[in-house]
Design a protein around this ligand. Sequence first.
Ligand code: SF4
Length: 369
Amino acid sequence: MKNIGLYLHIPFCKSKCPYCDFYSFSGKSTQKDDYTRVLKERILSSTFTLQSSYSCKADTLYIGGGTPSVLGEKNLASLVNACNSGFLTDDAEITVECNPHGLDEDFFKILSECGVNRISLGLQSAVDSERRILGRLSDRIQVENAVKTAQKVGFSNITLDVMLGVPNQTEKSLKETLDFCISLDVPHISAYILKLEENTHFYKMKHKYNFPDDDLTADLYLQMCEELENHGIMQYEISNFAKTGAQSRHNLKYWHCEEYLGLGPSAHSFLRGKRFYFDRDFQSFMNGDSPIQDGLGGDFSEYAMLNLRLAEGLNEDKVINRFGHSIPDEIYEKSKIFIDNGYMQKTDNGLSLTRKGFLISNTILSEIL
Ligand code: SF4
């Protein structure tokens, strides 16, 4: 078994952002400590089974949520240490998602000492009026301080989340956000187009907000790709951009359709060809309930769909290596119309979507696969 990725879901946030559909709630401090204890027990039992039955290790650990930083540095360090007791490889990429609000030097020092080597910070926008609409608790200065404090402690691998399609966003305000990211010299940016998810405040109140229309959102996306590329932050996935060598190794596992174990309510896993997930239910996880089986995964269609999210696209050699056959002719035939119209391209050894194609990736993928 190859090295896998390990994901821990921390289901706590100080407050709920109006666009967010992730599983999280505010939680009491006793719940956070209890959750850390239960999650540690799950980490130790799951990783013991994987090591003893399959001699398997993880070379990436991603602590996401929710807002992992609300657990506090000591709880986070104890979770990393539990994973580290023999299960993580020496060169593992260890990422912790943080909300920039109230992070000091001690916080980053303790994370660094226990082996965390990558920090993900939720910026969304550097324009404070946009940040307020998005329900972010910190202002631009606090984000800047958090990045600089992390850098001072020695973190060079930092990623910022940016959002496109925010109410009132313009090309000028997006430029302000991108200039801010570039000035902080971070090597990785994740940039997501805001999607109105059911059960969110934005969805229910959409008539009250001035969301950019589809044309402006597409322009913002293309503007961002170009601007980041001009500064050496290259697109490697629909929503992800990095300087050379700073791509997220953990997220690449998802897009390469490799194996991962997810622990925590709502966390998904793909192991030994099977998909399963924990219910979006805190108490169920605390009670030790088993994950829900979600069928088989990793067939050619799924593999192709995930790989076509990447700028490198679908590669013949890798397909042959994994499935014992080349990319089916039918896929090349169905891609032709998209190639002719500039949405896809033939690469040296396969197929990929162009930037214009990324904007309508769902349509393309459902047509060709
Ligand atoms: S901080 Fe992140 S996970 Fe929490 S509500 Fe906001 S967007 Fe969702």
